[in-house]
Design a protein around this ligand. Structure first.
Ligand code: PBG
Length: 332
């Protein structure tokens, strides 16, 4: 005799778990290659692609290797790319971020030439890769990032990225009012209709960005980013940030990191109904590789589980360094 729950004498959920076909038939969440966004790094003056030690499979690209990787990703079904640039020269203002021939602007032009509108080109709109001090905006006399000067710089950078062919600009600096500043600058520059804003509305001051800072060469020289990025303990504040960005004109919202903040992904999707991206960040990616290299975890299964988890929590788009790998696996 089998013991069954008293209130549902006939319930046997295991009936639908018996075979692979049954499990597929009742599966709720499907990750598709077109849900994946690949972050890519391009570095000015590099002669050969340079591997990022803490992120196996990720490289800093030359302009040519970037074009080659974009083609491979597209062939695997990944249709959205997020570009980060590392300039040859950095200064206190981060002025290479809006240089018309800056490293990202040139990369955008070449990718637009290769793919036209078949691939969505997103550009990270921030200054930390471009400032010599590594903060996300110019510093004021007190050493803190000057919010409004940062916004003015983001607006210039966004317009130059849009001019170079970005379909989407992605402000990641967590300055107050950054979406409104960028939106009105884009509108005034003739990009009201052709350039969307994907807003990092809820970006935490996370130690999980460690490997990225090697890849993008942007670790702050002094201090950390806690005075502008969010406290990891706060979720309701994340929803308020999201609602604020919607009011300022954001087209897509973004939560980062994603895997350690799935409740925030869920809450923001429920509160706004907006298109939403979850960023599976460098540390989340590196942890899986490191554990797998030790023989402690199965890389393929854990990576796939984390990425579908982000989708299940409510993200429409999953930004991940494993985008190419995941897309090829899904296609297989
Ligand atoms: C800032 C930026 C960061 C990341 C993306 N954009 C780093 C930071 O805030 O320190 C982190 C991404 C990752 O860890 O994968 N422009």
């Amino acid at each position: 005799m089998t013991v069954r729950p008293a209130s549902f004498p006939t319930a046997r959920p295991r009936r639908l778990r018996r075979t692979d076909a049954l499990r597929a038939a009742v599966r709720e969440t499907h990750l598709a290659p077109s849900d994946l966004v690949a972050p890519l790094f391009v570095k000015e003056g590099l002669e050969e692609p340079r591997p990022v030690a803490s992120m196996p499979g990720v490289v800093q690209h030359t302009p040519d290797s970037l074009r080659a990787e974009a083609k491979e990703l597209r062939a695997a079904g990944v249709r959205t790319l997020l570009l980060f640039g590392i300039p040859a020269r950095k200064d206190a203002e981060g002025s290479q971020a809006w240089a018309p021939d800056g490293v990202v602007q040139r990369a955008l032009r070449s990718l637009r030439e290769d793919h036209g509108d078949d691939v969505v080109l997103c550009a990270d709109t921030c200054l930390d890769e471009y400032t010599d001090h590594g903060h996300c905006g110019p510093l004021g006399p007190d050493g803190a990032v000057d919010n409004d000067r940062a916004n003015a710089a983001y607006a210039r950078a966004a317009v130059s990225q849009a001019d170079a062919g970005a379909h989407v600009v992605a402000p990641s600096g967590m300055m107050d009012g950054q979406v409104a500043a960028i939106r009105s600058a884009l509108d005034a520059a003739g990009h009201a209709e052709d350039t969307a804003v994907m807003a990092y509305c809820t970006k935490y001051a996370s130690a999980l960005y460690g490997p990225f800072r090697d890849a993008a060469e942007c670790a702050p020289r002094l201090g950390d980013r806690s005075a502008y990025q969010m406290d990891p303990a706060n979720a309701a504040e994340g929803v308020r940030e999201a609602l604020g960005d919607v009011a300022e004109g954001a087209d897509v919202l973004l939560v980062k990191p994603a895997a350690a903040y799935l409740d925030v992904v869920w809450r923001i999707k429920a509160a706004t109904g907006m298109p939403l991206a979850g960023y599976h960040v460098s540390g989340e990616y590196a942890m899986v590789h490191a554990a797998a290299a030790n023989g402690w975890l199965d890389h393929d299964r854990v990576m796939a589980e984390m990425l579908v988890g982000i989708r299940r929590a409510g993200a429409d788009l999953v930004i991940t360094y494993a985008a190419g790998w995941m897309a090829r696996r899904l296609g297989a």
